[in-house]
Design a protein around this ligand. Structure first.
Ligand code: BGC
Length: 759
């Protein structure tokens, strides 16, 4: 894999890695996710493509907790190309100089190769595509064919192919891919238009239309319409002269009336418009440029680190929904079918921080998704005899519990507090009190009510306990007093008074009306506070080591370095699942993660003790584990370890380090990589009202520069040659900034910028 400043390039066609490369080269715009599949391959599994739309789910097959089960649908492969040169179909044998390239600056995915016909004539082919950012319902594609040796006849079928099923990710690694469920109940095809009725309870219909043009030399090539059994489109026939490129440009528009009825007119307008590929590209690329403005982190560092970091950020931006609040980002986004396309806590704890600092509007939209699914969370709490709102562990766009019945993952109730945590973080960072008034306060109150009903007071110690939960360490199935869960639950409970205070100050009457509508009275808020202050956080007697749960230290010790997994990645592939809870083994960051979320609430000594204790006990059997360790190591100044974890995290999908990229790229890890860099290496945090910046770079890096949002303002920080500068780019307020150990106030008047020789 070649990684440059702005490109990820793979050379040579490696059949073994082909489908994990498909996932790696996923492009998107939050509406579509398009794996890097080969448009011209209509044979076997490759023909299924891998094209997903946010919120388009069909009937799933697994037995889930609050059925019916749903799974993200693989929609028709609308970019199908059949290319026939001198009567011979271009296929994937007889190719040379094969390369795949993702341009991170503008989201264009390009594939190239030279194909040799049976008569030894060579042809250069280039395939390009992008999911348009400024018109998210559109995908654009360009094919260029050049005869290198002799002229030839060329026939190209440019189609939309509905002969697809989902891919079936059998549950055992190394993921043998099989065709899976067919979600298409019926189809209506006509030339360049297709209507698909999905086989789901919502009767989802997809309306698809395409426009295709082609040129040979500078001459337009005419097309004839084509409608087959399960595919339709346009067919072009021409003669290729040597070195005179044939160029085909296509745009596809897809919408689901159930999701947005207005798109019917948009599709008609799309069909009427005379936009060219270059024109569409220009608008699309300028959207990406704007987006990178407050997201990019420019490094003075090895090119690989820079390019791979940008890849992580690119994929986060390419999946974040811009068009709706009704969906959020799944664990594997729109890049594969693992976890049925569902959303987890990954979103709030790992992914969202990138968005609140770089694109608060996107963060807001994703949190609003939790508001829209609050009724399902209230229903879930009721089903389980609790009060308030219990957010399900794994959800599709409907917000219902989609966790499989066996395994008990739905005991991971910390997700409810994770959502409350993210809301508070977002509101504190963006100062978006409107959101508190319109939805967020309701979530905070209902989730806090859940904790009140879920905890138990113990007269023996006068404390509150939360029993029988699963913390982030999912190898301990049902623990009592998970430190992570209790700490976040307490924060959730306290956040009600915090939010109410803000709302009262803003508009006392309005806030009272809101509290009345929720039936919230001071007494209830006081009880929440009292529970928060008395929830047990297990720790050693001296308080130095926070314990993952109340019995962690009673478990059997286990030296992870002595376990031979026989080349397999996960410890649970050699240890029986039933045995895991008996040992001091942590699946993924747990207490370390907790301390990362509240960096100013624990002493350096407590953090160091926790890191030293849990790090050797952590199996990293989840992609959510390297990055919290990297961040903590950076905060502790352990730069060699921090850089090592950074590498593992930033290259996780680029190098398929966990051998499961094939089933989708890992969005929580992308967000985690950003956290190591932003919070760890650049040393950014917020303490009360103060923005703190205290860089700690690994020795491989010499500097960085980035822009970000803080309290509605935009800041730029730069670090090079031991000099740290911070500038207020725009913002009306007065901002307290702590550069390493010195405090400054920045405002529009003066000073707007400060430069400091770093320690
Ligand atoms: C992790 C969970 C995570 C899920 C989806 C699991 O392996 O243990 O914490 O939410 O993957 O990414």
């Amino acid at each position: 894999m070649q990684i440059t400043q702005w490109n990820i390039i793979s050379e040579g066609l490696d059949q073994q890695r082909r489908y994990s490369r498909d996932a790696l080269f996923t492009i998107g715009n939050g509406y579509f996710g398009i794996r890097g599949f080969f448009e011209e391959d209509d044979q076997g599994i490759g023909a299924l493509g891998g094209l997903y739309m946010a919120g388009i789910f069909g009937k799933g097959e697994v037995d889930v907790v609050s059925g019916p089960s749903r799974e993200l649908c693989n929609i028709p492969q609308v970019l199908r190309l059949r290319i026939i040169l001198d009567g011979e179909k271009v296929a994937l044998d007889h190719i040379q100089d094969f390369s795949q390239e993702l341009n991170l600056q503008n989201g264009v995915y390009t594939r190239k190769y030279v194909w040799t016909s049976k008569t030894s004539a060579r042809f250069a082919l280039v395939f390009e595509r992008f999911a348009r950012m400024d018109q998210v319902q559109e995908i654009w594609q360009r094919l260029t064919v050049v005869a290198l040796d002799s002229s030839a006849t060329l026939k190209v079928q440019s189609l939309m192919d509905s002969n697809v099923t989902n891919l079936n990710w059998a549950s055992k690694e190394p993921w043998p891919i099989q065709p899976g469920r067919d979600h298409i109940a019926s189809r209506t095809l006509r030339d360049n238009q297709m209507q698909i009725q999905l086989d789901d309870a919502d009767d989802t219909v997809l309306c698809i239309a395409q426009k295709v043009k082609a040129y040979s030399g500078y001459e337009a090539v005419t097309s004839s319409p084509y409608t087959g059994d399960r595919e339709c489109g346009s067919v072009f026939e021409t003669t290729l002269a040597v070195n005179a490129p044939f160029v085909l440009e296509k745009a596809v528009h897809v919408y689901a009336p159930r999701m947005d009825a207005r798109q019917e007119q948009a599709q008609a307008a799309f069909l009427d418009a005379a936009t060219t590929y270059d024109e569409a590209f220009e608008k699309h690329a300028s959207c990406w440029l704007k987006r990178w403005n407050t997201a990019d982190i420019q490094l003075l560092a090895p090119e690989r680190d820079q390019g791979a970091l940008r890849y992580n950020l690119f994929e986060l931006m390419a999946v974040s929904p811009q068009h709706t609040e009704r969906v959020s980002i799944g664990a594997r986004g729109l890049s594969g079918e693992m976890y049925e396309g569902c959303v987890f806590w990954d979103n709030e704890i790992f992914q969202l921080p990138f968005f609140y600092w770089s694109d608060p509007k996107s963060a807001h939209r994703m949190l609003r998704f939790r508001y829209h699914t609050l009724p399902a969370a209230i229903e879930r709490a009721k089903e389980l005899w609790f009060k308030g709102a219990l957010y399900p562990w794994q959800v599709s766009e409907k917000g219902k519990e989609q966790t499989i019945v066996e395994g008990g993952a739905y005991y991971a109730i910390h997700i409810t507090a994770d959502i409350a945590f993210a809301i508070r973080q977002y509101v504190e960072l963006s100062q978006d009190a409107d959101f508190l008034q319109n939805g967020a306060f309701e979530i905070l109150v209902q989730t806090a009510r859940f904790w009140v009903s879920r905890c138990d007071a113990d007269p023996a110690d006068g404390k509150y306990h939360i029993r029988s939960v699963r913390g982030p360490n999912e190898y301990d199935v049902y623990v009592d007093d998970s430190a992570y869960t209790n700490y976040l639950a307490a924060y959730n409970l306290r956040s009600v008074a915090w939010a109410w205070g803000i709302l009262k100050q803003r508009d006392a009457e309005q806030s009272q009306r809101l509290a009345d509508s929720l039936g919230l009275i001071s007494k209830e808020a006081e009880l929440m506070q009292e529970i928060a202050n008395n929830l047990v956080i297990p720790a050693t007697e001296d308080g130095m080591l926070i314990l993952e749960d109340n019995r962690y230290r009673e478990r059997r010790p286990l030296d992870l370095t002595k376990i031979d997994t026989g080349g397999k990645r996960l410890i649970d592939s050699v240890m029986p699942y039933e045995a895991l809870p008996l040992y001091q083994i942590t699946k993924q960051a747990d207490v370390v993660l907790l301390m990362n979320l509240f960096p100013h609430n624990f002493t350096d000594q407590q953090k160091k003790t926790a890191y030293e204790y849990y790090e050797p006990r952590t199996a990293h059997d989840s992609s959510l584990s390297y990055s919290p360790h990297g961040l903590m190591a950076a905060r502790l100044g352990l730069m060699t370890e921090a850089y090592d974890y950074f590498e593992k995290s930033v290259l996780l999908d680029v190098e398929d380090r966990q051998m499961n990229t094939v089933s989708g790229i890992h969005y929580a890890n992308f967000g985690g990589t950003w956290q190591i860099v932003f919070y760890g290496f650049m040393g950014i945090s917020v303490n009360g009202d103060t923005l703190c910046i205290s860089p700690r770079l690994p020795k491989q890096w010499q500097g960085f520069s980035t822009k970000f949002y803080f309290r509605g303002a935009v800041f730029q920080i730069q670090y090079r040659n031991g000099e740290l500068s911070t500038e207020l780019i725009c913002g009306d307020g007065k901002y307290m900034v702590m550069l390493e150990d010195e405090k400054f106030i920045l405002s529009n008047e003066k000073p707007k910028a400060i430069v400091k020789k770093s320690l």
